[in-house]
Design a protein around this ligand. Sequence first.
Ligand code: RNT
Ligand code: ZN
Length: 425
Amino acid sequence: MIPSLDSKAIEHNYTHAKESYAAFAVDADAALDRLAGIPISINCWQGDDVGGFENLGGELTGGIAATGNYPGKARTADELRGDLSKVYSLLAGKHRLNLHAIYADFDGEVVDRDAITPQHFAQWIAWAKEEGIGLDFNPSYFSHPRADDGWTLASRDKGTRDFWVQHGLACREIAAAMGIALGTMCTHNVWIPDGEKDLPADRWTPRELLRESLDRIFAVNLDPAHVKDAVEPKLFGIGSEAYVVGSYDFYLAYAIENKKMLCLDTGHFHPTEQIADKLSAVLTFLDDVLLHVSRGIRWDSDHVVILGDEVRALAEEIIRGDATDRVFIGLDFFDASINRIAAWVIGARAMQKALLLALLQPTGMLKELEAADDRTARLAIMEDFKSMPLAAVWDFFCDTHGVPAGAAWLNDVRKYEEEVLSKRT
Ligand code: RNT
Ligand code: ZN
């Protein structure tokens, strides 16, 4: 059993921690109120290694990879929903679910990607209503015979492009239906794998084709209260090392010109490039941004998110820029080598902790020091706040929201593994 403090001890510790923060004019109660109101969109695809339920018999393609063979992955939509309910029960606050088109819940007849309708997501929508969570949505331009050569919206083949444009149109309708049914804006995020393994002779034509396909998909105006479109750039993928059609520059320009959201995935840039610095840059011109918080190790490996420098810097920028209503936070990782429920909980809690750390900083004081040219004190205080009693505040947050504090949530996950996951073969 993983130990944790009882509520009395947690409250006691919190009272003291609160005083430490108050000395710097940081209101810990207010920080917790704000934290509880920031939803994290949980990526459904961590639950089954980006498999989906179409049963096309193929493998995961598109230049992404889930490695590992930890037992117990979800085999059906019902199993995945069960697993996700467990996850939400271990997270403080109300969150969201990020679905991919390959998770359509076909009741009987399976249809191809260009023919999916909101009906195929009716069970997801009903379940989300019950859970009281919002949904986000992604078209799936991979793991499909029509994407086997690595080309979709930017394919030179008109038939292939038409098929995927149709998929895009279908997905926007589904996203809008989700937004309407649940009364909360659903993000619709376009990521395609199209690119070249080796030096292309023509970098221009595919980009013209992609622009044209995107224009066709976005031609229908939808109410932004229900759905907002995002485009997700990438530096490289497995098999598209030399050239990715939908690069950062391409999509940034497209998003600005077409008033779309930009989706920033922390694994999609040069390894030393930090996306925290990009928020204030792109949000000077764009209305909002979608995040795919991930963790790349040496490449876009999609490891489980942890409380590292990159995630902390990202949260700081969101809070310091007062941008919680302009930055939609989603997770994007898929690790098949550890318990998948635990992977979700670790990642989501790490994101929340990063936000809490940022909310507990004396941001006003730091900005004043900066304005007064006191960069010495700015650095000294920033550094000292790394070891302020975050854990005491975090435990209190969990405890008052009725979820296990510390790492004690793992006891629940182990029990679930024994009772549910281990029965899956
Ligand atoms: C791929 C992108 C994309 C996917 C998921 C499954 O590099 O990050 O967001 O990971 O949509
Ligand atoms: Zn992503």
